[in-house]
Every structure is written in structure tokens, then in C-alpha cells.
Design a protein around this ligand. Sequence first.
Ligand code: KG4
Ligand code: ZN
Length: 335
Amino acid sequence: MTRVLGIETSCDETAAAVVDDRFHVHSSVIESSIDQHRAFGGVVPELAGRAHLVTIGPVVRAALLEADLDPLAPDVAGIAVTSGPGLIGSLLVGLSAAKAFSLAWGVPFVGVNHLEGHLFAPLLEQSDLDWPLMTLLVSGGHSLIVLQRGAGRHEVLGETIDDAAGEAYDKVARWLGLGYPGGPEIDRLAQGGSASRLKLPVSMVGDDYDLSFSGLKTAVVRASEKHRDVALEDVAASFQAAVAEQLLRKLRQALEHHHVAGVALAGGVAANSALRAGVQRLADEFGFACHLPSLAMCTDNAAMIAAAGVYRLGHDGPSPLDLSANPNWQLADVR
Ligand code: KG4
Ligand code: ZN
């Protein structure tokens, strides 16, 4: 059994985890700086970078100890680190730490794409799942529909042309005067509201797989300005239903046109109750396996980065020591 240490610092979570080549998670430690960002209504890159600097050492140490490894000379076969996409100052903290540990321990390291990491999350909860998978990857920074032919083999069918789904949640929440991040709060309010109170457009009704949330965000703001008597719960429910409808409509189209064995949700917005229920309904209707990650696996963590690293180290080998962080690294198709 070989173990890989994963390190994730692309946004506001400093995370480290130990995962083995059977995708068994030995430890997963996450320290978030979110409390420092709340007052600003979003992640402040400079604060996130500084927080990573303070926490990276203790978080890696805690992950090694939790996995029963010697924190000074751990028995790991390699180190996987998110090298993009993300905030440049934050990525550099994790990447520099990974390079330093790699030199100090004499083990290889590999730079991993954060989005590919999210695609490995279902494997951490069911390592023998059947391929191909149709995966809806929705987070604060990204929204994609991905056809996964196998571990590490993926094709992006469509993605957002403007805001990410989570970003739309966060922006609408800010406009409604709710806290940051807005997704969980809108989701909670929506449970007690009526989705038919506000008439909202369903964007992107074409037959491609691209997504868009910017128009919907503006429509919510306009509609709730016009109808000031509508309760906050109803605004939340109407917005949530429109987001879910667009995502599920595109997912259905993708499932109708591609042969798959299962459907999966990934990314922070995979915690959303309407989306989870809708994806489960779609899977039941099509008779596919449905992979809904636990909340811990939806949001950013280092176990998914370590899992992608197990695969990348095996297939592509280690990265060179002069690897740079790539804040705009797009997920390339791997067939
Ligand atoms: O994947 P993630 O932890 O970080 C990024 O890589 O972006 O996703 C965070 C995003 C935030 O935009 C947050 O508002 C959203 O996920 N989110 C939700 C819910 N929980 C978190 N959006 C909708 N409903 C939720 N229950
Ligand atoms: Zn993420």
C-alpha cells in the first residue's frame, strides 16, 4: 500500500490529507479562514494567503499524525498539491510547502488541477464505482458538466459562460443582506418559501451544455425590487428553483445524449438540498447509480487532491521542482 499526502490551499481552506492507492482516506484536516472574510462579503485574497502561511505547517503535521505517520519523516510515496486554478498568493503557499517537504523527505511531488481533484471525490466514497459517470461540478468558482470515462479520463461537455452557480448564490445572498457564504443560508430559507412567488427566467434553453447564472442573478434583484411585499423565503425559494431547473435541464440533456452508468455531484453547491433531490430523481428515472457526496467531500478538502495525485503520479510521474502555480488552469480533456 502506498500513501500520498495531499495539500490544498487554492482558496480559503488550508487542508492536508493522507490517502492510499486504494483511495482509502487515512486522515483529512481542514482549517478555514472564512471567519476573517465574512465582514467583507467574500474571500479577500491577501487575507487568505496570510492565513495559509500561518496554518499550513500545523495542518500538515496534524494530517500526518492522524494517519499514524511520523511528521518529521513520514512514510509517504509522494505529495500532491493543488497548483491551480485558484488565488495565486494562496496557491503559492501550498505549492512552496509541497516543494519544501518533497526536498526534505526525498519524495516526489505532483501539481494537481483543483477541478480534477473534485472529480475524484466520488471515488473516495465508493472506490469500485461503475464508469462512465456524468458529473455536475458546481462550486463558488466553477460550474461544469463533465463526462468521466474513468478515473483521470474526463471530457468537459459544457461550463458557465459567466458566473459560477455558487457565485450567483453568494451575490444574491449579499444583495438580500444575508451572510457569506450565501449558499447555505439561501438553501435554508428556501425550505420555508414558495418557489412560484417570483417569476424568473430559465436561462440557456439551447441544446448545448453551457450554463449561465448572471442574467438570473439580475432578474432576482429586479423582481424583488419590484415586488417588495414578497417574503425573503419566497425570493430564496424562487431563485433556488430557477438555479436547480437550469442545472437539471442541462444534466438531463447530457444524460439523454451520452451512455453512462452513473451520475455524480461535486463541488460546494453539491450540498444544495434542491439539487441533491433533483439529481437523485433524475438518476432514479434513468435507472443510473447516483453519487451524492457527503458534505465533507462536496467542499474543498485535500483528500480529493491526494486521490487525484495518486492517479497523476502513477500515470504522468512527478512534477519538476520549478513548477509554477497556474491561477487560471483550465481542466483539459483527457480521453
Ligand atoms: O467548492 P467550494 O467549497 O469552494 C470553491 O471551490 O468555490 O464551494 C463553495 C460554494 C459557495 O459559493 C457556497 O455559497 C456554495 O458553495 N454552497 C452552496 C451550499 N453550500 C455551499 N450553494 C447552494 N446551496 C448550499 N447548500
Ligand atoms: Zn473547489
